[in-house]
Design a protein. Sequence first.
Length: 253
Amino acid sequence: MNATVIQVDHAAVGYDGRPVLRDVSLTVTAGEVVAVLGANGSGKSTLIRAVLGLVPLSAGSVTLFGAPQRRFRQWRRIGYVPQRLGAGSGVPATVGEVVASGRLARRGVLRPAGRADREAVAAALRAVGLADRVGDPVATLSGGQQQRTLIARALAGEPELLILDEPTAGVDAESQEAFARALRGFLAGGGTVLLVAHELGPLRPLISRAVVVHEGGVCHDGAVPEPAGHHAEPDHDHVHPHCDEEPAGLWSI
Ligand SMILES: Nc1ncnc2c1ncn2[C@@H]1O[C@H](COP(=O)(O)OP(=O)(O)OP(=O)(O)O)[C@@H](O)[C@H]1O
């Protein structure tokens, strides 16, 4: 059996005392691609922030690579792509600089970039199809290309686990395909993925398991729900996860 990469046991999270997640348990093993699905505001981002220790648990526990999260120090084993940078973040950095920043945790800020760093940055840019944009300011890229830049930054750190918050939301078809290709390469190298998604699109065949969050709890953990009803056309791949005990219709996401 593959090693456990993420284990969440009976976790509860709240903001300012308001509960958002309650009694959530989740296991991700090496080589899996687990998609977290659910309606807006159901707590998907909160769940992955809790896995990363970016929000504290009010109950339960998180284990990363077999270590209790509060004692875990090997953060370079994890690449994180947060939800989209707001438009006009004002960052004048070039694509190459942003991707190179993904090497910092590996090389230490004070050591100059070496050949391995440069090669990792070049490989990550090729993986997302942006090698020809290396010198361009990030602000001049489309939203989808900016998202690919953030994915390349995470890949450049050569992580074992990628955690992605809606990597394809509002991203054009070309960027979605580029992302699916990059993910395939990452998986072929033995990587593990936890991602939040609304539309699976070209990612669908890569997903090994879906976890559906509803009203702060996990109501489904298993096969990827099929697109339903009039959304079933091939070009419309919204996911409509249902839970047995819930009436249909509550689930549109
Ligand atoms: N930093 C915060 N402070 C206070 N409340 C928050 C914070 N972040 C999220 N929330 C609230 O927690 C709930 C869950 O939010 P979360 O972002 O986890 O949902 P989500 O499922 O990822 O939603 P979406 O699909 O819209 O991204 C929402 O009601 C949200 O308003």
